[in-house]
Design a protein around this ligand. Sequence first.
Ligand code: HSE
Length: 291
Amino acid sequence: MRVRVKVPATTANLGPGFDTLGMALSLYNEIEVEPWTGGVKIEVSGEGKDLVPRATNNSVYQAIQMVYERIGIRMRGVRIHIHNEIPVTRGLGSSATAIVGGLLGANALCGNLLTESQLIEMAVQLEGHPDNVAPALLGGVVVSGVVGGKTYVKRFNPPEGLRCVVVTPDFQLSTLASRRALPASVAFKDAVHNVNCVALLVSALAEGDLTLFSSVMQDRLHEPYRRKLIPGMEEAFAAAKGAGALSVALSGSGPSLIAFCTSGYEHVGHAMRAAFQNAGVTARVLQLFPE
Ligand code: HSE
């Protein structure tokens, strides 16, 4: 038996929703898994194929192993084929696709014994935060959080007519390095600002209120600290707004930026790429839909 799973890219945080908001995007990685008598065989094609580990530290493999251990079946060997369309280490959830693809593939091979909420808990354990893995598994917009050791998720459909312009600089930024740039504490007024913005942003997304959506995608908890890691970020934010984007955010831990539009997305992408170019950074533009 061979199982193939298609998992979407995700954009985490959506500005103020640090480690809690995420949205699936119309760009996919495919993960194929099958039992294999010759040990562990990992093949990778597509984006970043030379960056993906081929040994037991591969995230797809680790997710598969976790499923077999949880169910209590001995894994004799496995062949994994990963085809990446999502740029690697660019803030678009490529590692979440590996984890979710491995979990779903292995669960299917084992007769789908694990429930969706068990798979989400396992994905969060592997990834360390829920805001990429939850929308990668569920699609749509997902509000997620780990509270008292338990992961909560709420999924809803993205607003009608929303388009996304992702601008991906041509350098890698690991989540670890980007999290190391964050401070140990923040000012009380900044925390209150984010609570205000994220609560309003969730209602704007749930009700499809794009006017409110465009006003409250503002963050003071992570974007200001990560700016120094991404030359041209501030200028690209301004360029997106100037070109008519509804809102713009750092995608996950970066370095990609995501702008949201209902029209004029080509113009927005062009303006953001030009801003990066002026800062000496080459970048590519992807026009995507919420998934
Ligand atoms: N919420 C995480 C972060 C997402 O911003 O570090 C990482 O993709």
